[in-house]
Design a binder for this molecule. Structure first.
Ligand code: PGA
Ligand code: ZN
Length: 432
């Protein structure tokens, strides 16, 4: 293999899907290989996430990343010069130690994650194989089951409805390509329903239709109608998946549903979701209660973990120790994996491996602020995560990722194994 020692690290400011600045990093190796990656950005963030370094002040809403770019071109570039890009763990350890904080706030989670991912890309390029194959290291991998947003809500739609993501999953699909085709029909049908009802008002942050609904239930009813109008059996072929993102409207055991004008305690919140599970073909629920409500997670999982996947996002913030603790408590059945929550590839992989060790479902996920960077697709395939969450079925920062996964499935040809229904994390029960 060509020389994999790092020759140069170059950071620059680019722009994300919300028109905000973000950090792009190019890593060049002595043997000539190049890797590039861009940091994404969340809007509904867990309090335990790695913190992005932003400039503050009046310009660009305070979102500028001049200091983070300087950190890449200064301290990080100097510390990584000559280091072996093939040794991802050491590279990430160097950056963690250099930053010196527990939340990566000094150099910036955005600076560190973009560099970490760019180093990984460079190592794969030097290896002469696609990144997913570099990560798979000869092991069998599956093409992930996609989780795709139809209506956006919560923090991604000015809190128009409380629930953040109304999504579909296609457990009945035979391939990734078919899951996308079915989802496309549902997305189109949902758009037609919204138009006919005079409710089509563009899209939310991740490209799902703007949720001009009177209640959270109206969104669920419309989604069921869209699945039926598209010609699918709800629950069997195409099912509903929710990201409640409850930390956005709940704290210390009190949940305020603005739209429905209701205040619920944890028990009532769980009961409401339980009624939805009875009434609608829901197979997955993310962050059903707030990140500070571990007992609520355990209670929800005990009550419903046998009939739907219970995903922790803000609850886990892609942290292996938190995943292991929740597994001990029976407080979830799946973990969302977001590289920029952890801040490095090494820590991201550790969280995913902790999820697998606990027999959890593992879902590699994009953020609401995204770019053309498709690294997460390679992580989902190469690490055999089984599930992939990217946002909706519109806007190219989303479609770039779905389309890249499609290409991998095509490349694998008859060797492609679609993870499908079996990838869902259902509390140790049969996953069929
Ligand atoms: P975020 O939303 O990227 O704004 O945090 C995604 C999610 O909550 O899953
Ligand atoms: Zn979430």
């Amino acid at each position: 293999m060509a020389d994999t020692r790092i020759a140069g690290v170059l950071g620059r400011r680019v722009w994300d899907s919300r028109g905000r600045p973000t950090v792009e990093v190019d890593v060049t190796l002595r043997g000539g290989a190049i890797g590039r990656a861009i940091a994404p950005a969340g809007a509904s963030m867990g309090s335990g996430e790695a913190v992005d370094l932003r400039d503050g002040g009046a310009a660009l809403g305070g979102y500028d990343v001049g200091r983070a770019v300087n950190a890449v071109n200064g301290e990080i570039a100097a510390a990584l010069a000559g280091k072996d890009a093939a040794d991802q763990t050491s590279i990430d350890q160097i950056m963690i130690a250099l930053d010196g904080t527990t939340n990566k706030g000094r150099l910036g989670g955005n600076a560190i994650v973009a560099t970490s991912m760019a180093v990984l890309h460079a190592a794969a390029a030097a290896n002469g194989v696609p990144l997913w194959q570099h990560l798979a290291r000869g092991r069998n991998v599956r093409i992930p089951l996609p989780e795709i947003q139809i209506f956006g809500g919560g923090a991604h739609a000015a809190r128009r409805v409380d629930i953040q993501d109304f999504m579909v999953m296609c457990p009945g699909a035979a391939s990734f390509a078919q899951a996308l085709e079915w989802t496309a029909e549902v997305y189109l049908a949902a758009g037609r329903i919204m138009k006919q009802a005079g409710k089509l008002q563009g899209v939310a942050d991740e490209g799902g239709y703007w949720p001009a609904f009177k209640s959270n239930e109206e969104a669920l009813d419309t989604l069921v109608e869209a699945i039926a109008k598209a010609g699918f059996k709800a629950g069997e072929q195409v099912a509903i998946s929710l990201d409640v993102a409850a930390s956005e409207f709940g704290k210390a055991g009190t949940y305020t549903l603005a739209l429905d004008n209701r205040r619920l305690d944890t028990g009532a919140m769980i009961a409401m979701l339980g009624r939805w599970l009875e009434a609608y073909p829901i197979i997955s629920i993310e962050d059903p209660v707030a990140e500070d409500d571990a007992a609520g997670f355990a209670a929800f999982t005990k009550a419903y973990g046998h009939r739907c996947q219970v995903i922790g996002d803000d609850f886990f913030v892609t942290d292996a120790a938190r995943v292991r603790e929740a597994a001990r408590q029976g407080a979830a059945t799946a973990v969302l994996i977001k590289p920029n929550q952890a801040g490095t590839i090494t820590e991201t992989q550790a969280a995913l491996e902790a999820g697998k060790a606990a027999k959890f479902g593992t879902i590699v996920s994009a953020r609401s602020g995204e770019t053309e960077d498709v690294t997460i697709v390679y992580l989902a395939v190469g690490w055999d995560a089984g599930q992939l969450k990217v946002g909706s079925f519109s806007r190219s920062e989303r479609m770039a990722k779905w389309n890249e996964c499609l290409r991998i499935e095509e490349l694998l040809g008859k060797d492609a194994v679609f993870a499908g229904r079996a990838a869902l994390g259902f509390s140790g029960q049969s996953q069929t």
